[in-house]
Design a protein around this ligand. Sequence first.
Ligand code: HMG
Ligand code: MG
Length: 298
Amino acid sequence: ELPAEVTIWEVGARDGLQNEQSVVPLEVKLEFLGRLADAGLTVLEATSFVHPKWVPQLADAEALLAKLDRRDGARYPVLVPNERGLDRALAAGVGEIAVFGSATQTFAERNLNSGLTEQFALFEPVVGRARAEGLPVRAYLSMCFGDPWEGPVPAAQVVDAGRRLLDLGCFQLSLGDTIGVATAGQVERLIAAFADAGVPASALAVHFHDTYGQALANTLTALRCGVSTVDSSAGGLGGCPYAESATGNLATEDLVWALDGLGVRTGVDLDALVATSAWMAGCLGRPSPSRVVRALAG
Ligand code: HMG
Ligand code: MG
């Protein structure tokens, strides 16, 4: 019932760092990405081409791409919200992008300065132009399981927004639990609702934040429902600056520990990954929130 292999979409350098208070030096980011690739991760979300005033932490996107040591066999997607971001990403030579939509009106306003309906007009030319340039485009959808301002989000609303993103030409939809409130039954029901609407689990990925300690349980539930791409962040770093009460992502180490035990292949060397997160925790000056990192880092 579980997939034989899971693709880990490592978001530590983007989702992990976007919310850090102190600006992480470029050299540290580059070493982080290099060590993550050395640990066997092959999809490394590198940064975002968003407005530097909105997310100052990632204002060095151009410099990071210019200095990035791209490893053979690794992909380095970046977040792009609009055409201005796409222009910057193309000029920086990126090979893959992700747009990021919202399942709710309030978060579309706060995160994109747009609206639940209006956001698709923002993304349409981005996806169209990126694909014309040969770039695969992923779509994120935030607030799929609950919104800090609006409360519970109806599944039909989530499915409608998700389908519209896929219909633009995105190859995958990552279901975001931005504030970490989802529980396993809800995950099962939402994936079933997408299937009923003609979106197979193979077109979905899952993106859980661990605010309530449910991220791993939710992820395993999604895997049993046919999903095989999982977003996580090394050391459990992260949070969204535009969402109240968002904490870090599912820690990649917690995911790999569980999947190793289940015999599901990830290609990741857990010891190398733990050492990387322990080093990063030192750079950030606080312990990793990942239980596995704390248990294994000597
Ligand atoms: P806006 O202010 O509405 O932008 O921001 P605008 O189109 O009105 O333009 C205003 C000015 O900004 C213009 O400059 C533009 O050129 C400039 P001016 O003419 O005044 O000199 N501008 C830009 N500059 C650089 N890069 C750009 C860009 N766009 C416009 N891309 C915007 C709209 C979307 C840009 C803004 O709201 C923004 O940057 N938002 C990003 C917020 C963000 O990064 N959030 C975190 C990522 S999402 C997330 O974490 C959730 C996720 O993890 C999944 C989950 O957990 O649910 C993915
Ligand atoms: Mg996130």
